[in-house]
Design a binder for this molecule. Sequence first.
Ligand code: GLC
Length: 713
Amino acid sequence: MTEQDLSNLLQRMTLPEKIGQMYSAHAPTDENLKMVEEGRLGTLLNIGHWNEGGLAARCNRFQRVAVEKSRLGIPLLFGRDVIHGYRTTLPIPLGQAASFDEALVEEGAAAAAREARAHGQNWTFAPMVDVSRDPRWGRIAESCGEEPEMNARMGAAMVRGFQGAGMASCAKHYAGYGAAEAGRDYNTTWIPENHLRNVYLPPFEACVKAGVKTVMSAFNDLNGVPTSGNALTIRQILKGEWGFNGLVVSDWGAVDELITHGYAADGAEAALRAIRAGVDMEMVTTQYETHVEKLLASGALTMTLVDDAVMRVLRVKNELGLFENPYVPEGVEDENANTAATRAIARRAAEESCVLLKNDGLLPLANVKRLAVIGPLADAPEEQVGCWSMDAEYATVVTPLAALRETFDGDISYFPALKTSRDTDESQFAEAVAAAEKADATVMFLGEEALLSGEAHCRAYLDFPGAQTQLLEAVAKKAKRLCVVVMAGRPLIMGRVAELANAILYAWHPGNMGGGAVADLLLGRAVPSGKLPVSFPHCEGQIPVYMGRRNTGRPTPEGARVGVPPGTPLDPKGFTSTYMDCDVNPFYEFGFGLSYTTFEYAGLELSRARVSAGGSLAASVTLRNAGNCDATEVVQLYIRDHAASVTRPLKELKDFKRVFLKAGESCRVTFELTTGQLEFYNAENRLALEPGAFTLFIGGASPSCLSAAFAVV
Ligand code: GLC
C-alpha cells in the first residue's frame, strides 16, 4: 500500500474503527475477538505462550477475523515483550552491552525475531534504551547501562536486528525513566531539559535514525509532566524535531495513570492530554475508546489529531507488509526455535558478555583434578535466563554445572548449600565447606535469582541476598583456591568477594547458553573479553556513581586519602567533594574488564591537533597482545570537553572496537572522530559545537587510557 492508499483507507474509516486502531488489548479473549470483528480493536498483546502449542494458528485465527470478517480488513499487530531472546534467551541487555559487540547484539535480536515471528508475534517492545545510572533500579538489567553512546549503539543494533527479521521494534521507555528518584521503579524524575537532551534522549534519537517503527511512552513523571502526557518530549521533540513518523504507544496503563499522577482529573482529561501529547495508541486501558467520541463532539479534540494517530498505526502495519501478507505459516513454529544457529549466537553473546573482574592467576583453571562447585546459581535454569524471560525454554538451558560435568576432565563435587539466592538457612554449609577443603579449586555461583531485577524489582541493599555472604566466608576459609562467578541483573556490592576470591567472573544473567560459555571461560577454551557497561559502587550510599559525572568546582584530587585523620583541626585544608568514609570513585569503573592476556597501548597519535566544524580527526594507537594467549580487546575511545556553555562530563564514551590479536601480535587501531560527535545541547538547548580544548582518551577501560589534547577552533 502506498501512503495515498493508506489515506484513502483512513477516509473510509468510521470513528469507532479509527478509535479501534488506537487501542491495544491484552490476551485472546472472546470479547477481544468480537471487537476485532467489529473493527474496534487493531492490536492484540500477549496472545499466548508458545508452549500452549498452535500459537501461529491462534494468531491466524484472530488475523482472519480482522482481515476477512471486519468491514475494512485492517490486519492486526501482535505485540510481545521479546526483550533478550524468545525461546532461546540471550544474556540480559546489560550483559549484552558488556560485549561491546553491536554486530552480535544485532544478530541476537534478529534470531529472537525469527523465533517470535514464527509464533505470529510481529511487534516487540524492545529495545529498552533508558540510560541507567542507579543499580538499585531493577530495570537496569534491561538497559545497556550508564552511557548514552552505548544505549544508542546497542539500541540501534537491536532495531536493525528485530526489524530486519520482520518484527516492528519499539524504543522504550520514552523518556528519562531510568532516572527514577531513589532507584525506585515508576518514581518521579527531575531532569533539566539540557540534561535530558544530552543524556537521556540521544539513544532514542539513534533508534529513530535506525528506523524504529514504534516508541513507547513511559510511566514516570518528568519534571511534573508525566511522560505519557508530555507534549514536549513526544510531539515537539520526537515527532517534530526528529521527524518520527511511526506510532507512539503508551506503556501498560500509563494513560489511566495520568489520573493517579494527578495530571488528569478523570479519564476524559487523561485521554485528551495523552492524544494531544502525541500518544497514538493506548495500551490495555480504554480511555480512548470511552472518551474520544465525546472529546471530538465537544471540540476539545480535533479529528486531525485522531487521523494523525490512526495513520501512524496503519503505516506501521503497512511497513510490516501485513496488508499483503497478514498470516504466518502454521505448525512450523518449532522448526525455527532453538536452532543451532540461534544457540550459537546465544552462546557467543553469553561468552562475550562475561566480565573478568579479578584474576590472580587462578583462571583459566589448570592442574585441577578435583573441583568443588558450590552455590545456589550453579544449576538454576530459571534464574540464569534473567528478567523478561517469560518465553524462555527452560528445558534447553545449559547450566554451568551441566556444562562443567560435560567438559571438565576431573572429579566434580556439587553442593548448592542454599536453595535460592535469598535462602538464609545455613544448615547445608558444612558439606559444601568440606568439599571445598578437599578440592584443588572451588567455583562458587552466587548472585541474584532472576526475580530480583527487572520491572518493579528494585533493591535498596545491593549485597548478596540471603546467606550467600556467610556461605562465601565459610567456603573461603577452607578453599585452597576460589573463583566466584556472579549471576545478577545489576551491579552488586563486591568488596567482600574481591577480598576473598582469587578470581571473579561477572556473568550477569547469561541466558540459555550461559552455562557452556561460563564453563569454557573457566577452563580456558574461551578468553574473557567483556567490559563493564556500568560502574559498580563501593556501597549503596555512593549511588549514583558513574563515569560521566561532572568535575564540580572542588573535585577530589587523584589518589586523595579517604577521610580525615583523628586530631585534624576542624577547619582542615582541602575541602573537596568527597566522603569521610568512602572512595569517591566507583569500585569498578565503566569499561573495566580483564583478559587472560595483557594488552598494552602505546603511541597514541592524532592526525591533527585542531579541528573545525564539519571536520574530523583520526586517533591511532598501537595495541599489543603482550601475553601468551590469543584474545580480544575492547578498545574504547572517550573525550572530555574542558570548557563549554554548560559543564560537560569528565569522560564520554564516543566509540569502541573489538580487536582480536594473537599472542605477541600488535596492530594499529584507528578511530575517526568527527566534530558531529563533539556536539551537545548548549545552555540554550540548541545542538552546538563549541570551540575550546578537548582531551581524547583511548584505552581498555575508562580510568586507564592514553590521552592527547586537541582543540575545536
Ligand atoms: C510493562 C513494561 C513495558 C512492557 C509493557 C508490555 O509494564 O513497562 O516495558 O513492554 O508493560 O508488557
